[in-house]
Design a protein. Structure first.
Length: 289
């Protein structure tokens, strides 16, 4: 079943999963020494740590909006050798089916960014050809992200797989945004550059309730949101990540926002609190808040 269901005012969210991927902990925690992060997330003997492949389904304003879509199932040698995906409960599509939904039921797909662990199910093989997996959906991403993904460099080449997004453009279902945009009356996107230059996060605003902030990889684990210098080694603009986090960390605290991250296996959802010295920490949040 979905990892968590949240009902906040007129909005419903399901945390869905495309499995768990095992990555080198040095990548996840960047400059932070292993002795620090290993206490929070003990690595295995190969230094691998688990990353939930989290996707979020939002039901609001009569629309079903899927945020990010895992690694998918298209044959990909690099993914097979480097992503180490384990799926004891199946894929994102299995999670959707458990909710009684099929790909036809999704109206919008929003990408926080186009890395291979966030855009995999966007397309699938239909016979010989690649087609959108969600046939009735519009797909939404920042233009800057799409441009960078279509022109990867030596550093980003191993994570932008054109099969995931180029067919969307060819089919005319990809919508490119330039900055903050209201997607539905309750859902907007805001640029959160750092992990990638064109990265965006989502703010869901239920009526009369605190907002819900879907960080994407601005904060893969909750600890990244709490501690500004904790930045992954994958971030292309690490100082920008810190500035972006500084802004949204304070915003989330002041708004009492529910924060949902992209990969944390222990605390997918939480709320910031601050001690008398001014330091932030996160409190886990259970379902049905
Ligand atoms: Zn990611």
């Amino acid at each position: 079943m979905p990892e968590l269901t949240l009902q906040v005012g007129n909005v419903r969210l399901w945390l869905l999963s495309d499995g768990v991927s095992y990555w080198d902990g040095g990548g996840t925690f960047g400059l932070v020494g292993r002795s620090k992060w290993a206490k929070l997330l003990p690595p295995d003997e190969q230094n691998l740590v688990p990353q939930a492949l989290r996707c979020v389904l939002i039901e609001a304003d009569g629309r079903r909006v899927l945020v990010d879509c895992g690694v998918g199932d298209k044959p990909n040698e690099l993914l097979a050798t480097q992503y180490d995906v384990r799926r004891p409960s199946g894929t994102l599509l299995d999670d959707l089916h458990r909710l009684g939904l099929s790909p036809e039921d999704v109206h919008l797909v929003v990408f926080t960014h186009l890395h291979g662990d966030h855009s995999g199910w966007a397309t699938c093989l239909s016979g010989e050809r690649l087609a959108p997996t969600f046939p009735h959906a519009r797909y939404i991403v920042q233009r800057r992200e799409f441009d960078d993904a279509m022109h990867p460099n030596e550093r980003t080449r191993n994570t932008y797989f054109a099969d995931n997004f180029a067919p969307l453009w060819d089919c005319g279902v990809l919508v490119l945004l330039d900055g903050p945009t209201q997607i539905t009356p309750s859902i907007r996107v805001v640029p959160t550059p750092g992990h990638t230059a064109g990265h965006q996060s989502l703010i869901v605003q239920p009526r009369g309730e605190p907002p819900i902030f879907l960080t994407g990889d601005l904060s893969p684990y909750m600890i990244h949101f709490v501690r500004l210098p904790w930045v992954t080694a994958y971030d292309v603009l690490p100082m920008q990540t810190i500035d972006t986090k500084r802004h949204w960390q304070l915003w989330a605290f002041e708004q009492r926002a529910i924060v949902v991250n992209s990969h944390d296996v222990h605390m997918p959802v939480g709320r910031l609190i601050r001690n008398e010295k001014g330091f932030f920490s996160a409190q886990p949040l259970d379902a049905h808040t």
